[in-house]
Design a protein. Sequence first.
Length: 349
Amino acid sequence: MRFLGKKKEVLGLDIGSNSLKLIRLGRRGNSYQLKAIGYREISPDAFIASEVKDRETIIFEIQNLMDQYAPGIKDVAVSIEGHSIITDKITIEKKSGAEAEQAILFEAEQRSPFDVEDVTMDYHIIHINEETNKMDVLLVAARNEYLRSYLSLIIDAGLNPVLVDADSLTILNSFEINYEIDPNRIIALANVGFDTTNVTFLKDGFYHSTRDVTGGGRLIFDAIQREFHLNQESAARVIRGETSGALDEDLYKATLVTSTDELLSGLDVAFSYFKSSARVSEVDWVLLSGGGALIPNFADLCQSRLGTPVEIANPLRNIEYDPSLFEGIHIEQIAPIFSVAVGLAARKV
């Protein structure tokens, strides 16, 4: 969903349920350079399941983050997640120009569970099959009520939202920048946020579908805080992997297993649904990003439950940067949480 006509580089701002992340990229030829990276935690009570609970705090933290890491920049690309956004893939006869747009929007109107007057829609042509004269098109729709509320938050922070994307698609964009896409592998990109986990599936080297799973790092955060009688700051450090050896390891692992059961069951269902709809027997590779990727032992637990090799994503893998410019930030250690912000920053408007 684009809001400007001319192409320009924008700053990627990822507003999560317990943290804010920003990425500024430069471009030279086909390569990217990291110009700025910023991270700031916010209270887990300020943003719950995509619903703003403490507007003033979030605006204040966004302004502080921008002032510290990207002073003077106003144009930002942002993304949304959860049940206020719908993605769908359709296949239609190959068309071009106004004829294609008319056909795509007609199909979108037939498929949307909401009144078309209540949503903002956009689309992207994924793949054109010249042999069958068909094209696969990704439809994206966001509820206007939620979109207006979300954008007003960003505008009130003094910023200009020039592009709105979906979390699941920014993860795909980040993946395409940093990894080779093997058309012979079935790939799942799992972005484990604090309240929602999005999984984007690739088949034959192209986007296939997206599934949102309720639950994420908050389930583990709450369980750790409760089981070990920790305050919010200490529990946050645990799920970021910063307190290795400080807790009873056996109790921690037992708590992790219990607190992730609902999330992993949801992922199981998402994978089963994909395999059925895509007519494949297995997923070859899972790439894990988001805050959940930092949680100790969580990737191993996913791999065991899903029966699929799981790897931690590095959204800065192919991005050049000077480590001396980012003193105090252990970029490689926390890189997975920047996947959405990298995918946004790489967009051009």
